[in-house]
Design a protein around this ligand. Structure first.
Ligand SMILES: Nc1ncnc2c1ncn2[C@@H]1O[C@H](COP(=O)(O)OP(=O)(O)OP(=O)(O)O)[C@@H](O)[C@H]1O
Length: 289
């Protein structure tokens, strides 16, 4: 059984009242001397905790939380041989779902006790690593407003999405996808390392974590009819066939926007910019799932 450090984000997901240490002790199936649990105390803390755990010789550092926690733990482990595990406790759990980590806590812990080791690609947008998806446009705009909404959960997310849909205007951009240049409007430009945003919303159902490429999804406008098609396509996992979005598969890209445009990394809004450099680090992270 690999020596494992659990990094627990007490603010992630809907089930914050669970007694995680007791559940880990009950289901992980390891002696208490074989694992440790450390709690994050602030946003960004998991990066430091993961880096320290790797330096201390833990073979696996498990992110207990959602995609934000996964992003921080993954960043802390880049450049080390320590593998990232995931105990899905977030709201969306996009990377965990892509990797088919069981969402039920006992099953996730049992699997982590005897994991399969592999490696995965890591995307980078303007020097910010991402493990699941990054993007510009409406999805980032919704992340920004969702973070300010005061409450979380699916109903808040849907309310914010509908409200902002009525307000949002796409931005003209020049997109260079590994040499293919296009002048277009950006309603959504998503760079997908994994297939989904979380909650089984498949923005790029064919994305492969190990192909050395990012699946790029471009939506240049979103009138109501197309918005319905996109929503259904994401839910059913057939957005590429619906023709409501354009797809590319590239190792790198560059975007210049005519006006500042919001961007997100693994679902967290990071700010606005007019220049974006997108890259991929093949097989840069070890994973244990
Ligand atoms: N102790 C803490 N106090 C406040 N914020 C924290 C703390 N630890 C982590 N965070 C922040 O909490 C945010 C939300 O965590 P996370 O993304 O894992 O959960 P989620 O949003 O519920 O799940 P998902 O991203 O899968 O929808 C992260 O961006 C992280 O930086």
């Amino acid at each position: 059984m690999p020596k494992t450090c659990f990094i627990l984000n007490p603010k992630a997901g809907p089930s914050r009242r669970l007694d995680m240490p007791a559940l880990i002790a009950q289901h992980f199936g390891a002696l208490e001397s074989d694992y440790e649990i450390r709690f994050t105390e602030y946003a960004g803390h998991a990066v430091e905790l993961a880096r320290t755990a790797a330096a201390e010789g833990f073979e696996v550092v498990a992110a207990v939380g959602g995609d934000g926690t996964v992003n921080e733990v993954g960043r802390g482990l880049l450049g080390t041989d320590t593998a990232m595990g995931i105990v899905p406790q977030g709201s969306g759990n996009g990377l965990a779902r892509h990797l088919k980590v069981p969402l039920a806590l006992p099953a996730a812990l049992r699997q982590l006790a005897a994991p399969t080791f592999s490696r995965m690609d890591v995307g980078v947008i303007n020097d910010h690593p991402f493990f699941c998806t990054a993007g510009l446009g409406f999805d980032a705009h919704v992340s920004q407003h969702f973070a300010q909404a005061g409450s979380r959960g699916l109903s808040t997310y849907l309310r914010v999405t509908l409200r902002e849909y009525r307000r949002y205007q796409p931005v003209p951009v020049r997109v260079d996808l590994d040499g293919q240049v296009a002048q277009t409007n950006c309603y959504v430009l998503a760079f997908a390392n994994a297939s989904q945003y979380g909650n089984n919303a498949y923005i790029a159902p064919l994305a492969d974590l190990r192909d050395g490429l990012l699946d790029v999804c471009l939506i240049d406008a979103l009138p109501v009819g197309r918005a319905i098609k996109v929503s259904l396509g994401m839910a059913l996992g057939n957005l590429p066939q619906s023709k409501a979005a354009e797809y590319f598969r590239v190792p790198r890209g560059r975007v210049t926007a005519q006006a500042p445009i919001g961007f997100h990394v693994d679902g967290d809004y990071l700010g606005h910019a007019t220049e974006f450099v997108i890259d991929l680090m093949p097989m840069a992270l070890a994973v244990a799932v």
